[in-house]
Design a protein around this ligand. Sequence first.
Ligand code: DUC
Ligand code: ZN
Ligand code: ZN
Length: 487
Amino acid sequence: MTFDTIIRGGTIATAADTFSCDIGITGGTITALGTNLGDASEIVDASGKLVLPGGIDSHVHLSQPSGPGITMADDFESGTRAAAFGGNTMVLPFAMQQKGESLREVVKQYHAKADGNCYVDVSFHLIIADATDRVLGQELPALVEDGYTSFKVFMTYEGMALSDMEMLNVMSVARETGALVMVHAENYDAIRFLTDRLERAGHTAPRFHGTSRPIPVEREATHRAISLAELVDVPIMIVHVSNGEAMEEIRRAQQRGLKIYGETCPQYLVLTEKDMDGLNMEGARYVCSPPPRDEKSQKECWAGLEQHVFSLFSSDHCPFRYDDPQGKLNPKGRTSFRWVPNGIPGVETRLPILFSEGVKKGRISLNDFVAFTATNHAKTYGLYPRKGTIAIGSDADIAIWDPKKSVTFQDKTVKDRAGFTPWKGRTVKGWPTTVLLRGEVLVENDKLRAKPGSGQFLARKAGKAAEPLGRATLEFDPKRNFGAKLR
Ligand code: DUC
Ligand code: ZN
Ligand code: ZN
């Protein structure tokens, strides 16, 4: 046999080109692109189909502790299974530190949860909640060396929010080590102020979650995070951007030549604040942060993608069950939006939503779809060109799409364990029917063929995206070991 597998007769699209040819796969790697490739042990017929790089979802939450009495609905097995059904071959969940914890220990705990249980490949971002001297000076540099090359920091949430000083310290360690900082940009004090006032006035229904975090809360924090990053001369990724005002902060920074990146998510293109306005507690299903906004914001987020201000489209899959005492309707959650866990499921639905709403409706090209959902994730987080493209030498991570297949989302048919989908009743056109991970068929014609453990953990190198511009003063020169005092 010439190859282990040949994918025959499809139309291939990468972030750059669209062309027709066959793909030869050997040992999990793409080894040939051409016609008349010869024979193989397995032939996958892709005629009439689109052959795209497997999706990479660089923003998902799995098995994360989420506050007293609250349990995340998906573990690594169920979350990565849903990811595979949705055309993904890799996800990047978070290993989340809580105050007082050693980051190294946290990483070990997440490996215990993930290793051997994943259907698609995984790699971890680190959430830093306790920026102690030990974490900054010892743990983070060693963890970056070991392949954990991205950190998320929060500007809000009790027990998670970092002060500006702590943000600057994390950013300077990122600059020294080559890691990329992801920022959750919302102003903590402003949210607390508004939440207290709303509760005192008896405004506790889920829809007031949106009122407690209006656009200025996000715009101000976005501006501040960018300014801090500019001071330290370090690239950052502003995650889950929900509106045009925050997007314009990113655009302005980019126009000034700064390496500031932006990510948006399906909820900001498709949902609005009205979805949080259901009868009784129904709106709790849609509570996520930042909250969905209005139709103007939706249009602005589309413009952010069309004009490439945003480089990433991620799900921010953060699944909680609805009518469950450990989920959205936990006993305290029933008393106020303040206690409704923030987050919605979406790892399976991300790609079909963007394909249907973006490519099919002519808003973005097929090549940009590939860039926003796979290639840019690989480039941003140090995985390219092994992941995120179809090229000789890349992993054979491939999603075969039926561009004509229509699917209507229903609570019962979505594969994650949240038990509901925020996209219930919506119909998408275009679906990834067959998915290969490193040449092995994971999903074939919508049927699971793989077992948990088919996905591997990948250590990552520090990527080009995280390299500083070199504009800062010498005191910040990593060669001068700015963080040395911390060790
Ligand atoms: N931030 C996320 O990235 N996901 C869910 C909740 C949140 O605040
Ligand atoms: Zn966040
Ligand atoms: Zn998230």
